[in-house]
Design a protein around this ligand. Sequence first.
Ligand SMILES: [Zn+2]
Length: 282
Amino acid sequence: MSFQAHEALCCPLDGLTLDLQSGVLACPQGHSFDVARQGYVNLLLAQEKRSRDPGDSKAMITARRNFLNAGYYAQLAAELARVAAAAGSGLSTVVDAGCGEGYYDAHLLEAVPDLADNFVGFDISKWAVQAAAPRVPATWLVASNRQIPLRDASADMLLSLFGFPELAEFGRVLKSGGLLLIAEAGTEHLLELRRLIYPQLTAKADDAKDSYAAAGFQLQQESRVTYTTAELPQERIAELLLMTPHLYRASAEGKARVAALQRLVVTIDVRFRLYSSAPFAV
Ligand SMILES: [Zn+2]
């Protein structure tokens, strides 16, 4: 697999420019990072890891890949491409901060090929990046949202899809007036699954918007995609549970109820919000 080295890549140890030299990313101070055979580079420093194998496990990534490839979230991929395409011509460097196994990126770059030249995708899970890198040529990295290995003011657009936004770091990496596209589960998302696994559903407080404004992001537009899926067979139900955070919070009884299902229709409810970083934010 070939690795595309984006020109804004910087060394996680000292912030100097990383260049691709005979299959290795190296900085002028002599730090070097190998290109893995799947076509990505691991720039996650040991001290940034909060566990030995951070992020989604191999089993979660496999489940997500199988589920997403079955097409149940295709309307979400289409909405992402629509918003990104409408956001503009002139988008050069687009960065997916938390790319998972690359489903959304592969669809986005197929729908909007102009974005493919300078696309960067990273995830803290090496299993996710190993799955994403072979899907589409781009700069694929194992890295953390807490320390994005890109120069200040180098990205035209950041994507944070069902991820963990680090707004201060996003603000650093985005160009002045750059765009941040967030996708988040809405209140009805996977309601049928959640009803089965939690004794009581608690409504989630929507305090997100204040934190974006405080971090210097201005809301440009919002959209919401809601629909119900076709019937999921047992295998897909198990994958859906494994790929969401709900598995870890579910009681044993809840998991047993889900495991006993033969068929399930679920509601999809996802909100997309497009922000711009304030033109003169520090
Ligand atoms: Zn270095």
